[in-house]
Write a protein that binds this ligand. Structure first.
Ligand SMILES: [Zn+2]
Length: 243
C-alpha cells in the first residue's frame, strides 16, 4: 500500500487498521483485465443493455455464468445468453473509479483566486455500489470548501465525487475520501461534504423503511472548528430546493 492511498482511508482509531481496511484493493486492481474505456458508455437508446465491448473478458463472463447457475437459473436459456457479457461489462464500467486518480481528473483546473467565501456545489448526483452486497446506493453529494488562495473549476467537484463513487464503497468512507481529496488538492481553509443516499441492499430486503436515507458528513478545517461556518454549510446542504 502506498502512502498516497493510505491517507484516503478512514482511521478513527489512529492505528492504521481502518485505513488498511479502507484502502482500495490493490489486488483487485492488479487483477483487473481491461479498462472501462474498452466499454462504450451506455446511451439512452440502449435501454438497459450495455453494448458489446470490443474486448471480451472470458474469465469474468464465466464467473457470471456460474452465478446464474447458483441462483437456480439456466444460463443457456435465450434471455440470459448475453447476460454474462452484459454483467461483466456493467461491473467494469460501474467500477471505473479504480482506474481514475484525482490529480488526473483535476488536471490544470486550479486557479489562483482571492475569493474567501464558501464555494458550494449542491445536489451532485451520486451512484455507487456498496461493498458488502455489491448493490447500488445512490443519492446526492453536497461539496463545499473555503478557498485559501486557490480554487478548482466547479465542474471538477462532481468528477472528484465520481472517482471515489465508482468503486465498491461504504458511504462513510466515500464521504471522507471526497473531503480528503479536496483537502489535498486545494489546501483550503476548510472542506465540508454531505452525502444523502438510499441503499438498495437495505431497501430491497426491507431492512429499513423504504424511504429512509442515510446521511453522512465529513468536515475539515473551518467547517470543523468554526460553528458558524459549519451551520451555514449544513443549512445550505440540507435545504435543497429539489426536494
Ligand atoms: Zn450493502
Amino acid at each position: 500500500m502506498t502512502d498516497a492511498k493510505m491517507k484516503y482511508g478512514r482511521d478513527p482509531e489512529g492505528d492504521g487498521s481502518k485505513a488498511a481496511e479502507a484502502d482500495p484493493p490493490a489486488k483487485g486492481i492488479v487483477a483487473r483485465r481491461r479498462t472501462s474505456s474498452e466499454i462504450a458508455s451506455p446511451t439512452a437508446g440502449w435501454g438497459l443493455d450495455l453494448d458489446d465491448a470490443p474486448v471480451r473478458d472470458a474469465e469474468f463472463e464465466d464467473v457470471v455464468r456460474r452465478m446464474l447457475e447458483l441462483v437456480g437459473e439456466d444460463p443457456d436459456r435465450e434471455g440470459l445468453l448475453r447476460t454474462p457479457q452484459r454483467v461483466a461489462n456493467a461491473l467494469t464500467w460501474l467500477t471505473r473509479g479504480y482506474e481514475a486518480e484525482v490529480k488526473d481528473v483535476v488536471g490544470n483546473a486550479i486557479f489562483e483566486e482571492t475569493h474567501e467565501n464558501m464555494v458550494l456545489v449542491r445536489d451532485i448526483d451520486l451512484y455507487s455500489l456498496c461493498e458488502h452486497h455489491m448493490l447500488p446506493f445512490f443519492g446526492r453529494a453536497h461539496v463545499a470548501y473555503i478557498p485559501d488562495g486557490k480554487i478548482v473549476g466547479l465542474s471538477k467537484l462532481p468528477r472528484i465525487v465520481d472517482v471515489f463513487a465508482r468503486r465498491l464503497q461504504v458511504q462513510e468512507r466515500l464521504t471522507e475520501q471526497i473531503a480528503q481529496a479536496i483537502q489535498d488538492v486545494l489546501q483550503p481553509r476548510g472542506v465540508g461534504v454531505v452525502i444523502e443516499a438510499n441503499h438498495l441492499c437495505m431497501m430491497m430486503r426491507g431492512v429499513e423503511k423504504q424511504n429512509s436515507r442515510t446521511i453522512t458528513s465529513a468536515l475539515r478545517g473551518a467547517f470543523r472548528t468554526d460553528a458558524k461556518t459549519r451551520e451555514e454549510f449544513l443549512y445550505l446542504a440540507h435545504n435543497s430546493p429539489m426536494r
